[in-house]
Design a binder for this molecule. Sequence first.
Ligand SMILES: Cc1cc2nc3c(=O)[nH]c(=O)nc-3n(C[C@H](O)[C@H](O)[C@H](O)COP(=O)(O)OP(=O)(O)OC[C@H]3O[C@@H](n4cnc5c(N)ncnc54)[C@H](O)[C@@H]3O)c2cc1C
Length: 387
Amino acid sequence: MNHREQLDTVVAVLRDSLCADDLPGFYRLFRSTDLPFVPVTGERDPREVFRFCFEILHQLGGVSPAVALAVENHYYVTSAIATFPVDGATVLDERRRSLVNAIREGRLLVANTNSRVHGKQLGTVGTYAKRSVDGYTVNGTASFTSLASEGDLLVFITRIEDEGPAVFAIKPMQDNPSIEIGPYLFPSAMIDSDTRRISFHDLALTEDNLLIGPADPDADQLFAFEMAWHQLLIPALYLGAAAAALAEVRGFLRNTNGKDGRPLAELDGMVVDVGRLAIDYRSACRVVLQAGDRLADVQRLPADVELLSVASDEASTAKYVGTRCAEQVVSAARRIVGARAFAGGQVLERLSQEVMFGPLGPDVGAVIERRLGARALADRSFLDPWW
Ligand SMILES: Cc1cc2nc3c(=O)[nH]c(=O)nc-3n(C[C@H](O)[C@H](O)[C@H](O)COP(=O)(O)OP(=O)(O)OC[C@H]3O[C@@H](n4cnc5c(N)ncnc54)[C@H](O)[C@@H]3O)c2cc1C
């Protein structure tokens, strides 16, 4: 089967698995296809990898934004590690390549956590690593890990005590006595993202588990590059939800007659309303796809560090625009279809409950507004070309 046929099968199985309450069955099928491992085969350039991930997540997001979000976490981490364009034979490049090989050869699904916890101080990190004689020992709790009970390999950020942030990779993730996979963080809406708290209990790691340490000169660039991938792929899945909502609107308006006996789709007001939604949806997709091209422009680091900064801003803008647009389109669709959208397990019910999570992460709206606002109020005039 080619990738298009595999994707059609995966989407159909996701629908069935949600009805049968059997997400493990969906993941078994997904793992057995080539789709999860396309970013790590090296057969496509970064632009093609991005377009490929966009399409998969857009399709899955139209069925279940929550499951698509879990899968997105696998895609953004693997894509960022596989396409990070570090220049020359550095230690990071060696570690990155060996991780990519392990993911490809082991057919591993990758979960991640930034180790954030909700405390009185924004940005609190709940885990830490201590240097030991032969490596590191990690303890603490992280609030968010999606794909938590399906991930084979966990990539996580923590702080090495008295040093700074580092990224480690560890497997096995499941049935590992030092990794406690805890309760759902979101026990109702978004439950299918499998986002759980996880705790580390004296998790022993060696230098082989380290992807990047605090002293590595490429650390900031890897963090920025990975975040840009994440900000770009998140709107892909929520825009998939918007597309599915528009498909529901289309079906409803074409198949339901007004009191005059004619389809609601023929009402001029409806045509205009749906046209407005379609324009918003298409423009937001375009913003995300163009921002993906900007990230693909980053071909050598550190030489392209300026391009990475441009790509990061574009990715933040795309995430902001794409997730807001998706939320607005789904809300408008719900108002058009009306109460029947909630009668008897309609897809709009699920989309409505899950699409609101789009603007909540990875960067929250306030952070993106601040960043872009500060840039807009700096030295450059609004009249100067910025594109
Ligand atoms: C469904 C879901 C799944 C997730 N899965 C994962 C995962 O697998 N791995 C992972 O590492 N993370 C995951 N995350 C977490 C995500 O990456 C972000 O860390 C998280 O969404 C940030 O949201 P928060 O509410 O915790 O942010 P907080 O930083 O706690 O912000 C809370 C609120 O404070 C305000 N605020 C914050 N910063 C500012 C600012 N600079 N200026 C003004 N106001 C501000 C905003 O109103 C914001 O909404 C997931 C999140 C969600 C929603």
